[in-house]
Design a binder for this molecule. Structure first.
Ligand SMILES: [Cu+2]
Length: 185
């Protein structure tokens, strides 16, 4: 994961601008298509939405969680207030709290995005909760979702479906996303 990236990637990414960052190199190295990488990055006003993913569902699974990173280079705070998708009957915003040593999911009314800051929705914390799936999350497919922000408004995005065991926290690439400007791979 930390070897030099193929030169074609850096050329492509330079041309297509700042939206495609180190996360794309990481995906390219894992063998994913550049096309799916480009589809994983979105903008909503000043906000940059990166690395949108969902684990593939297993037979019988009725709910699922989506994750992404939201970077706000702008001078005003915003808030993710809701999400909609045809992939499930309901979509909620959740966090995870620990009560008496037991982790539990709780619905939240919104997820604050500070000015000049970023928020990461990740396993063990904030997530987009898909309840009563209308179909399976198939690995490598894209799940269309509309995210609604208080100021940036509605933005249509795609979440990429990862393997059922995917855990980006175990990859070095995951740690490099926080500052949003790195090109370290
Ligand atoms: Cu949840």
């Amino acid at each position: 994961m930390i070897s030099a990236r193929p030169s074609i990637d850096s050329q492509t990414f330079t041309r297509t601008g700042r939206l495609l960052k180190s996360v794309c190199s990481a995906f390219a190295l894992t063998g994913a298509l550049i096309g799916s990488c480009a589809a994983a990055d979105f903008k909503a006003g000043a906000l940059e939405l990166n690395d949108l993913w969902i684990r593939a569902s297993v037979p019988g699974q009725t709910n699922g969680a989506g994750y992404l990173q939201i970077i706000n280079p702008g001078a005003s705070a915003d808030k993710l207030v809701s999400a909609q998708s045809e992939a499930s009957n309901r979509v909620e915003l959740h966090t995870v709290i620990t009560e008496d040593g037991v982790a539990k999911m709780r619905e939240v009314q919104g997820i604050d995005i500070p000015a000049k800051g970023n928020v990461k929705l990740a396993p063990g914390g904030y997530h987009v909760m898909f309840l009563q799936l209308t179909g399976p999350f198939k690995q490598d497919s894209l799940i269309p979702v509309v995210l609604k922000f208080e100021k940036a408004g509605d933005v249509r995005v795609n979440f990429t479906v990862k393997p059922p065991t995917y855990n980006p926290g175990s990859q070095p690439a995951g740690a490099a996303h926080g500052h949003g400007t790195g090109m370290k791979h």
